[in-house]
Design a protein around this ligand. Structure first.
Ligand SMILES: [Zn+2]
Length: 238
């Protein structure tokens, strides 16, 4: 008992959930600060913020949020102590977005991917008799999708940058992993069977038709899978 504090410190903070009701009454105050290295930085006072935080947005730049009653100078000092990190984050964000069309950024791709991909995965799974556990939209540059041994499927938000037949190729590829975790001949044979049916289903679609000449010309053992795999390699996740 000796190690315990004799008395709980008085609750001086405003931690009660009830305080959230008053949050919208605080105006949001913002000002622009010019950092010699980072350039224009927005400083925002927020009633919700309990600590200082820095966010790096690919297009909107750097935003430093400070608790409402803290001075802006505290935010600036914090930013300066993390300048190298912020600069690296800014450069990473710029590099990732260099390949994106004007007006598009990672967050808008994420929103589109979340709206489009999970329903399509569910449709394809239902059609071909697959049961997966969970689907998540991820952002990485190392793969277009993955399927875990627990049946969780991850799909890269960069799929929104490739034509629909290639998106579906990845979705079917990951679903096929539920039956064949490796990339052996049985995996490819099964995937080819699904792709053939899927192409037949979409025979009227011009985007699907555009892949047919290459598929017909392919001498690979699994011509549809091989052609689509080659086609998606021309895109790079950013
Ligand atoms: Zn695979």
């Amino acid at each position: 008992m000796r190690d315990l504090p004799a008395k709980k410190p008085a609750n001086l903070g405003i931690k009660s959930d009830k305080t959230k009701l008053f949050v919208p009454l605080f105006p949001v105050k913002e000002k622009v600060h010019i950092d010699p290295v980072l350039g224009e930085v927005r400083l925002r006072k927020s009633a919700r913020a309990r600590r200082i935080s820095i966010r790096v947005h690919p297009r909107r730049g750097i935003l430093v949020t400070v608790p409402f009653y803290a001075p802006y100078a505290m935010g600036i000092a914090f930013l300066e102590s993390r300048r190298e990190w912020a600069l690296a984050a800014l450069e990473r964000a710029a590099a990732r977005n260099a390949d994106l069309p004007e007006g598009e950024d990672i967050e808008s791709l994420r929103a589109k991917a979340k709206a489009a991909l999970p329903p399509r995965l569910a449709d394809l799974a239902a059609r071909y008799g697959f049961i997966y556990h969970r689907v998540a939209i991820k952002h990485n540059t190392s793969n277009w999708g993955s399927c875990s041994s627990k049946g969780n499927i991850n799909l890269n938000l960069n799929l929104m940058r490739v034509p629909v037949p290639l998106q579906d190729y990845i979705l079917l590829h990951e679903l096929t992993h539920l039956r064949h975790p490796d990339h052996g001949p049985a995996f490819h044979a099964e995937l080819e069977r699904l792709l053939a049916d899927h192409f037949a289903q979409n025979a009227e679609d011009e985007t699907f038709q555009s892949f047919l000449p290459a598929i017909r010309a392919s001498r690979a053992r699994f011509p549809i899978g091989h052609t689509l795999e080659k086609a998606i390699r021309e895109y790079r996740p950013v």
